[in-house]
Unconditional design. Structure first.
Length: 383
């Protein structure tokens, strides 16, 4: 029996993790749950799953919840970190949508746990820091569907014999829109993803292709493959989740209907495979799988992410922070869709690169990038 703590239990990945645990109660049990500020949702989950402890990022929410549960209710990043390093947790699912998830990730690895990572921003902002920690102990497995696909294709293989990692992208809701049309798309259109149901930030990131850019950086740290050897192909059906091309020209792919519960289960039960409650793939019903190259003119975020991946140092953290602020401003209807890459690029141009940053430096540049992005948004909004 393995104990599981979920950092971000009330979100889309958190809830699907609980669904997988519900299907494998003979192998998995809940140890700790955390949420941002949704007292009602976390209380309901805690009453059903009876965790040893819970935590809220928001201290007010923690105060409000205290009388409602018999287990300890912790708060802020210290609380999340405590849930991530609880002695009874063997596996820690990291599923909160910002680089702040770096702290509970490091805490879990330091405590020797398996981290099942859904938050790609952790590796984007602090990949080299996570890798340093991994050398000392702990285990890191991807939940991101593309990276789970790559990880599955790499089982039994020698990574030094990999020629290319090929990440598939659905292309998002605006795949066929012209540059002019893209300037006028609405928040509602951006949030209507054709194949995946996800949180608002990652859905907008999928529409700009920034999500795929972040995934290039995530893949380079997870698999130790340089960014130049990581390619992106648009595959609108989201059936092939990614591919590995080896030096002999052989290509391995992983396929399934798009359902995050499969990569979640693989990360929780690895290396074992067990029945998973997803709908089975019937290729005769799918009929056709299509592929096209990504267009970096209409989707400049992909170009910016490749640049950040190549430059390295603090640049990916800066890009990631600027993206969060720009996406939020778009969701608040302060800026248009094509101003998201414009703002990110302007922040990246102003940044003075620091190679091999430590955690404090990552927070400093993160803070700096957020400030500059906010300033640029005010200028855009005023003009
Ligand atoms: Mg993904």
């Amino acid at each position: 029996m393995k104990g599981v703590s979920i950092i971000g239990a009330t979100g889309s990945i958190g809830r699907q993790t609980l669904d997988i645990i519900a299907h494998h109660t003979d192998k998995l049990k809940v140890v700790g749950l955390t949420a941002g500020r949704d007292v009602e949702a976390l209380t309901e989950l805690a009453l059903r799953w009876r965790p040893k402890l819970v935590a809220f990022s928001d201290p007010e929410a923690a105060k409000e919840c205290k009388g409602k549960l018999s287990c300890p209710v912790l708060s802020e990043i210290e609380g999340l970190t405590e849930v991530a390093s609880h002695p009874e947790a063997d596996i820690v699912v990291i599923a909160i949508p910002t680089a702040k998830a770096l702290l509970p990730t490091i805490a879990a690895l330091r405590a020797g746990k398996r981290v099942a990572l859904a938050t790609k921003e952790v590796l984007v902002a602090g990949g080299h820091i996570v890798l340093q920690q991994l050398k000392k102990g702990g285990e890191l497995l991807p939940i991101d569907s593309e990276h789970s696909a790559l990880f599955q294709c790499l089982q039994g293989e020698d990574v030094s014999r990999v020629d290319k990692l090929i990440l598939t992208a659905s292309g998002g809701p605006f795949r066929t829109k012209s540059l002019d049309e893209l300037k006028r798309v609405t928040v509602e259109e951006a949030l209507a993803h054709p194949t995946w149901k996800m949180g608002a930030k990652v859905t907008v990131d999928s529409a700009t292709l920034m999500n795929k850019g972040l995934e290039i950086i995530e893949a380079r740290w997870l698999f130790g493959v340089s960014p130049e050897r990581i390619e992106v192909v648009i595959h609108p059906q989201s059936i092939i989740h990614s591919l590995v091309e080896f030096v002999d020209g052989s290509v391995k792919a992983q396929l399934s209907l798009p359902d995050m519960r499969l990569p979640i289960q693989y990360a929780l039960l690895y290396p074992e495979r067990h029945p998973c409650p997803i709908q089975r793939l019937d290729l005769t019903k799918i009929g056709t799988l299509t592929f096209e190259p990504p267009d970096e003119t209409r989707f400049p975020c992909l170009r910016l992410a490749k640049l950040a991946a190549q430059v390295g140092g603090t640049m990916p953290a800066v890009m990631n922070a600027a993206d969060e602020i720009a996406v939020n401003a778009f969701l608040q209807r302060q800026i248009g869709f094509m101003e998201i890459p414009a703002i990110i690029e302007a922040v990246m141009e102003r940044h003075r690169l620091i190679p091999n940053p430590d955690l404090d430096t990552v927070w400093e540049v993160d803070e700096w990038a957020r400030g500059i992005a906010a300033e640029l948004i005010r200028k855009f909004a005023a003009s």
